[in-house]
Design a protein around this ligand. Structure first.
Ligand code: DAH
Length: 340
């Protein structure tokens, strides 16, 4: 039996040494030292020995067990260390590699102009409002004093959805929505998308306008002029002059188109201003009494002014962009130029 214990010892030590993974080592432990392992079974068969032999045999088995336990422990540590090293090597990072570049977004020039305009008017106490892009004919035309068959409809190549429903061709309908909901005093700014069936280097089927409306007791043309002068100075620089030219819009009377002194040549005359020294930037006027009546206001009580700015036009002038389509191509080489 002692020979058997020695054989188990040798086999076990060999298995221990030969195990090259933690899992194999555990399997070998079960085989030799487990509850039904070879060494345990030998110990159980001790009953066959004479009472004198038993203590000696017991001692031998215990010694072998201790020896095996400690070689298992040692081998286990070796294997764990080797596996850890392998893992660390596999996970190692080459810190000499250059970092990956992270692309940063920029604010779109259209958003920049809208944000800047909002800020200018919010400082004057205007409220920012929005209106629907799918609009009723009534709000886009009729309530703005443009009845069916009015020639002014021709100028706005409108996308109709049904006879009464359309994509708004201007932000002016927000004036009507606002006045229907509220009583004067009104001081609003309404930026948003508008749509017209038109496309070339200066026209896009979708573009942006910013509508302004002020209605209160005693609002005059002087208020309109002063407000627009301030807007021009903030948007284009303190030296900017404005010029009002008589014009016609069905929803304002009188109406004016507003020019700013050319921001390229400061009024000297250049290619951008076609040698006039002036650049047209918006349409405006005093709200027509018929528009006020349509929303239930009394034109003998209150008056108002309104204006509509083309955002793309301002962006193109301010940033020297010569093709409106660049604004919607989403080419990062173009957009990257508008940092901060
Ligand atoms: N809605 C006009 C257009 O798209 C622009 C405009 C002109 C708006 C005069 C106004 C205004 O509020 O008073 O051409």
């Amino acid at each position: 039996m002692q020979k058997k214990v020695q054989d188990i010892r040798e086999n076990a030590l060999e298995a221990c040494k030969g195990a090259n993974t933690v899992q194999k080592l555990n399997e070998a432990r079960v085989k030799f030292l487990g509850k039904k392992g070879e060494l345990t079974l030998v110990l159980r068969s001790m009953g066959q020995l004479s009472p004198e032999e038993r203590p000696l045999f017991g001692k031998l088995v215990n010694e072998v067990r201790d020896e095996l336990e400690s070689s298992w422990e040692g081998r286990e540590q070796e294997l764990a260390a080797a596996e850890e090293e392998k893992r660390l090597l596999a996970e190692s990072i080459d810190i000499t590699l250059p970092g990956r570049q992270i692309n940063r977004g920029t604010i779109h020039p259209i958003t920049k102009i809208i944000d800047e305009t909002k800020k200018i008017f919010m400082e004057m106490g205007y409220e920012i409002v929005e209106g629907p892009e799918v609009e009723l004919d009534y709000y886009n035309f009729e309530a703005l004093n443009i009845p069916p068959d009015h020639p002014a409809r021709d100028m706005q190549d409108t996308f109709f959805i049904t006879k009464d429903l359309l994509l708004r061709s201007q932000t002016s309908p927000v004036q009507i929505h606002t006045m229907e909901k509220k009583q004067p005093p009104i001081r609003i700014l309404a930026p948003g998308k508008v749509y017209r069936a038109d496309s070339d280097v200066t026209h896009s089927p979708m573009f942006h306008q910013i509508e302004g409306l002020v209605v209160d007791k005693g609002i005059t043309f002087a208020h309109l002029k002063g407000t627009l002068q301030l807007f021009a100075e903030h948007m284009f620089g303190p030296q900017t002059k404005i010029r009002l030219r008589p014009s016609y819009f069905p929803f304002t009377e009188p109406s004016a188109e507003v020019d700013v002194s050319c921001i390229i040549c400061s009024g000297e005359g250049c290619r951008v201003c076609q040698n006039t020294g002036w650049l047209e930037i918006l349409g405006s006027g005093m709200v027509d009494p018929r528009v006020l009546e349509k929303v239930g206001y009394d034109p003998s009580e209150v008056t108002g002014f309104a204006f509509g700015v083309g955002v793309e036009r301002i962006a193109m002038l301010k940033y020297g962009i010569n093709d409106i389509r660049l604004l919607f191509d989403n080419d990062v080489r173009f957009l990257d130029q508008f940092t901060s």
